[in-house]
Each structure stands twice: as structure tokens, then as C-alpha cells.
Design a protein around this ligand. Structure first.
Ligand code: NAD
Length: 247
């Protein structure tokens, strides 16, 4: 009997953590829907490299485009088994500089880091439920941050947006089971384009963390794959920081 090919949408999957997760899943046999806001050429190239994959462009700060993204993935693949909400934005603001963290910055961060995952999950719920079975429920993974767990991070609005995403993860896990499992990954420092100039953080991880380095995107992809393949875990926010927060 021919087995069904599972479909995974990974947002923000032409660079960094999202790219690593999407490529890992494609290599494991998923039909991956790659997505980005601007890197169309890179997305199309990735989709061509792996069988049955696709690419869709959408700006997730626009909730209408979030809806269109899910519709487009369903139109191309016919089902959805896994949704990885990876796309996110950051703002570097010293925590004591309250005025710089103005209302517009809060809105921008919430739009992409909190409301977009919510809209995508809302639009994908029916398809994830339809694709789920007792042995293999649908799976949602939200890429959060250790800054959403501990009072730290690039700025207070960023940390608060990730804390909101963590709490949303738990509330949704309570409500969407047993058809859909919902978990979050909370990385510490990961070596991606977003963090390439973060010398202070690089030094901190190399000197203080038990693992003596920041994570590579592949480390996070491996965790995502574990959370997708374990059919029981739900409502967890998994801290993946090489042990830094123990210090
Ligand atoms: P990255 O800049 O390589 O990736 C971010 C992705 O989000 C990009 O593909 C970008 O296009 C996409 N994105 C941003 N705004 C978008 C929008 N409006 N519409 C559509 N897509 C949009 O950075 P990364 O480090 O790989 O970050 C991925 C996720 O991991 C983010 O949610 C980030 O907050 C989180 N994170 C990263 C680190 C780290 O150290 N790199 C640590 C903790 C959490």
C-alpha cells in the first residue's frame, strides 16, 4: 500500500532556522511548502531541489496575506499535516530606553510574531484536523525564544511578543488536542543572518554556556523534527539554549 506523503508549511524558510527546518523535513520525505516575504528566487530554487515541494510568497505582517498563504498551500498540496510558525522579526532596543520602544514597534512585532501565527493557525485548523489520525495528529510548532521565558532579549517588546507566543502555544494545546498537537521551541542564540553581528551574545555563549557555543540552525531543525515525530508531546515550550539559562 502506498503511504500518504505528509505536507509541512514552514514560514520564513529561505534563510536561517526556517530554512534548516524546511530542508530537514524535505529530506525526511515531507512535501514542504517553502515561504518567504521577499526572497522569491531562493524560495523557488529550494522548492525545485526537493520532490513535491512548493514556494509561496506572502508578507505575514498583512493578515489577509496570511490567509492567502494557507489557501495557496492547500490548493497546491491538497492537505496540511504540519505548520511551523518560524517567521519572526526583532528590534534591538536597550531595555532601559522605554521611549525608543514606542507603540509602533510593539504593533509591528506583535503583527508578525503573535497575530500572524494566530491567523495562520486559525486558517489551517480545519486542514490540520482533516489530515490528522489517531496515530498521527496534526502538529504545530511555534518558533519562540528564550527571551519569552526569561526576562532578557534584544528588546522588551520582542521578549513580550515571544512570551505571548509561548502562552498561546499552551492555550492552543489545551484546546486543539487530540487532533492537533501544539509545541514551541525557545532557542537561545542561533547562528543565522539575524545574529551574525551579535558579538556580545557570541562571546556570552562561548564563555558561559555549558555547551560553549551558540546553536546552529541544524540543531533547531533536529528539535523540530523530534517534536513533529513524537505523537504524544503537546503544550511544551522547549528551551534550546545550550544550557546558558542554567548559569
Ligand atoms: P532570519 O532573519 O534568518 O529569519 C527570519 C525569517 O522570517 C526570514 O525568512 C524573514 O523573511 C521572515 N519574516 C520576517 N518578517 C516577515 C514578514 N513580515 N512576512 C513574512 N516573513 C517574514 O532569522 P532566524 O534567526 O532564522 O529567525 C527565525 C525565528 O527564530 C524568528 O522567529 C526568531 O525570532 C527566532 N529566534 C531566533 C534566534 C536566533 O538567535 N537566531 C533566537 C531565538 C529565536
Amino acid at each position: 500500500m502506498k503511504s500518504i506523503q505528509r505536507v509541512a508549511l514552514v514560514t520564513g524558510s529561505t534563510s536561517g532556522i526556517g530554512r534548516a527546518i524546511a530542508v530537514h523535513l524535505a529530506k525526511q520525505g515531507f512535501a514542504v511548502a517553502f515561504h518567504s516575504r521577499t526572497s522569491v528566487e531562493a524560495g523557488q530554487k529550494l522548492a525545485k531541489m526537493y520532490e513535491h515541494c512548493s514556494y509561496t510568497r506572502a508578507d505575514l505582517s498583512d493578515q489577509e496575506q496570511c490567509k492567502t498563504l494557507i489557501n495557496s498551500v492547500l490548493a497546491q498540496h491538497g492537505r496540511l499535516d504540519v505548520l511551523v510558525n518560524n517567521a519572526g522579526i526583532n528590534a534591538m532596543i536597550p531595555h532601559g530606553n522605554l521611549k525608543q520602544a514606542n507603540a509602533q514597534i510593539w504593533r509591528d512585532l506583535y503583527e508578525v510574531n503573535v497575530i500572524a501565527p494566530w491567523t495562520l493557525i486559525t486558517e489551517a485548523q480545519e486542514a490540520l484536523t482533516q489530515a490528522s489520525s489517531e496515530k498521527c495528529p496534526g502538529s504545530i510548532i511555534n518558533v519562540s525564544s528564550h527571551a519569552g521565558i526569561r526576562p532578557k532579549g534584544a528588546s522588551i517588546p520582542y521578549a513580550a511578543s515571544k512570551a505571548a507566543l509561548n502562552h498561546m502555544t499552551k492555550l492552543l494545546a489545551l484546546n486543539l488536542g487530540p487532533d492537533i498537537r501544539v509545541n514551541a521551541i525557545a532557542p537561545g542564540l542561533v547562528n543565522t543572518p539575524m545574529t551574525q553581528n551579535w558579538d556580545f551574545a557570541q562571546q556570552l555563549w562561548q564563555q558561559k554556556s555549558p555547551m560553549k557555543r551558540g546553536a546552529e540552525p541544524a540543531d533547531i531543525a533536529h528539535i523540530a523534527s523530534m517534536l513533529i515525530e513524537n505523537q504524544y508531546i503537546t503544550g511544551e515550550v522547549l528551551l534550546v539554549d545550550g544550557g546558558l539559562n542554567l548559569t
